[in-house]
Design a protein around this ligand. Structure first.
Ligand code: DP6
Length: 323
């Protein structure tokens, strides 16, 4: 009997964004997405058999809404298992949590993998991706390494809404340099914000229509290692996602002034000949993709910008694994 298991998962950053659901209870995405799984930052999660449900994050006990989301997810997974007792979760991130750095992607991927081991549910990588998606849509992608595609799926039960690897992290050695534009947590979580966008934004429909062609085109650019083409798609996907959110009622604006300055800086660097492009998630930080050979240059260029709180260099990395 497995009493405890520990899993490590890396966050992923979407090249083509996920923003909107076709089913809320099953957490089914309204469109596909494409991402890079990042080595260099990680979530480590241990799941242990226990008398009751409890959870700590970074050594601090978590109660309330955040914990309830996790426990509800685990109860659903546990319905597949013979084990009827409680579970304790001990998790930590080596990067700021809930700041728009995709901690829910690595969080639910690590949790699903460790829980699968403790609950002895013996899931395939595809099942693990489906279950991670139920926890958080972006987490479905962190089960796999390198460049990963999430399928929107068509079935109402969501069994075809899972991620798969497009190419591994060695196909095109890429870095993602994160420029931190502020400290602290983001004002609104991605789940509520994307639901608010789909409920109230007149741009939501056009946004969703644009995703499948972008995923297709981005995969072509990746297969051909065509950075200029990829950069064009990555930036427009990010800007269209944020445009749909900004057009909600009331509008959702994740950016601060520095976010905009970093965008201009990245475009100036590209004009100057550096292969860089930006993306922004549900927070004010800017993530800059580049070739690993340009990582130091990009790090220095971003760290030099007045106001930038720090830079974190990450690289394409592996999927989730048990330790
Ligand atoms: C902006 O995966 O956090 O990072 O499924 O509601 O948990 P839920 O949403 P989540 O949303 C991620 C949104 C994003 C874009 C992306 O990662 O594709």
């Amino acid at each position: 009997m497995t009493e405890r298991a520990t899993a490590i998962a890396h966050p992923n950053i979407a090249l083509v964004k996920y923003w909107g659901k076709r089913d809320i209870p099953l957490n089914l995405p309204a469109a596909g997405s494409l991402s890079l799984t990042l080595a260099g930052i990680r979530t480590r999660t241990t799941v242990l058999r226990a008398d009751a449900y409890s959870m700590s994050l970074g050594g601090e006990e978590i109660v309330g809404k955040k914990a309830e989301r996790v426990f509800a997810f685990l109860r659903r997974m546990q319905a597949l298992s013979e084990y009827k007792g409680g579970l304790r979760i001990e998790s930590d991130n080596d990067f700021p949590t809930a700041a728009g750095l995709a901690s829910s992607s690595s969080g639910f991927a690590a949790l699903t993998l460790a829980a699968d081991a403790v609950l002895q549910t013996e899931m395939s990588p595809q099942d693990l991706s489906v279950w991670s998606r139920i926890g958080s849509g972006s987490a479905a992608r962190s089960i796999f390494g390198g460049i990963v595609e999430m399928a929107a799926g068509e079935r109402v039960d969501g069994t075809d809404a899972y991620a798969s690897q497009v190419v591994d992290e060695n196909h095109w050695p890429m870095s993602c340099v994160i420029a931190l534009t502020t400290t602290g947590e983001k004002p609104y979580g991605s789940t509520e914000a994307m639901n608010h966008t789909s409920d109230t934004s007149p741009y939501f429909g056009p946004w969703i229509e644009s995703v499948a062609p972008d995923v297709h085109e981005a995969k072509t650019a990746i297969m051909g290692r065509d950075f200029a083409h990829l950069a064009q798609i990555v930036e427009r996907s990010c800007l269209r996602m944020h445009a749909s959110a900004m057009a909600a009622d009331p509008g959702i604006l994740y950016w601060n002034g520095l976010t905009v300055e970093v965008i201009h800086h990245v475009r100036a660097l590209r004009k100057g000949g550096l292969g860089v492009c930006f993306t922004i998630d549900a927070g004010p930080h800017v993530k800059v993709f580049c070739a690993q050979s340009d990582e130091d240059k990009v790090k220095a260029a971003l760290a030099d910008l007045p106001g930038v709180q720090g830079v974190i260099a990450t690289r394409g990395g592996p999927g989730a694994y048990l330790v």
